[in-house]
Design a protein around this ligand. Sequence first.
Ligand code: P6P
Length: 316
Amino acid sequence: MPTTLSRIASEGKHGHDMMPIIQGVGRAAIEISALLRGAVFRGALGAAGAENVQGEEQQVLDVLSDEIFLEEMRSTGFVCAVGSEEQEELLVIEEYTDADYLVLVDPLDGSSNLDVDGPVGTIFSIVKRKSANSERPHVSDTLQAGSEVIAAGYVLYGPSTMLVYSVGEGTHGFTFNPASARFELSHDNIRIPETGGYYSVNESNADQWSDGMGEKLENLKKDTGLGMRYVGAMVADVHRTLLKGGVFLYPADGKNTTGKLRLLYEAIPMGFVMEQAGGKSMSKDMLVSEVQPEALHQRVPVYLGSKTYVDGLLKG
Ligand code: P6P
């Protein structure tokens, strides 16, 4: 009998509470996957004609994926609010303002790949509210360090649709099985290889990197002889790093002076999954899990992957 999503979800310290939320993520993933595969025939590729809070051009599918994810979180009855890349403010779920959990989400990460049929993903993180259940959820409920995360993971929309997540008891990968129309365990207890794999970075920014990262990366390349792979979607690049080893990095640069990737719904969840798989996740000179968030859409530099390469890179 295949292992389905909820078995792992119930193993965490918050046991059964994570099951409905992870199952909701699974439902959203199936709906978003179907949306993506038929998008070209619905004229749903391309820009939505608006910018998100990041000042980035929203794709039609960004907006639709955000709506799907929010609706599935609402339907769990366990989520009181959602912080989304696509929404400037915290989205309070009015029917369940007394629920215990908040979810942070990048509903469609890497959406610039959509027009060229490249891989994209959904990234999520689940935290327990700090405010009293009688109060209205507040954005301060989301500003929790990665060490406070209850569960986190991502969906990768590639040749297959995978949902990789952790509830603090290791990192596990599930693949959508069209025959059974559900996610089934395919990568039990993923452990990142200690050596091998690739370095993964947008090297076109190298001349603008902060913190001497250009020289540090050249030293790593010389010391390790690693090849390079870069897809331009964090979920795809980090998933490959998780399975093959290596290091993914997005340093701060002249344009993104505090980094490009978002702390709450990119760095923290991907860092959590990576650490649970035996890897390391750093932001500048501290663990991603130790960075204290100050704003919903805060950006940070990110270095994550095999410990030996992350340490080697940052010591320079
Ligand atoms: P660049 C996608 O827009 C994203 O947020 C991440 O998924 C990805 O790792 C990064 O930005 C790519 O940025 O500057 O290389 O296109």
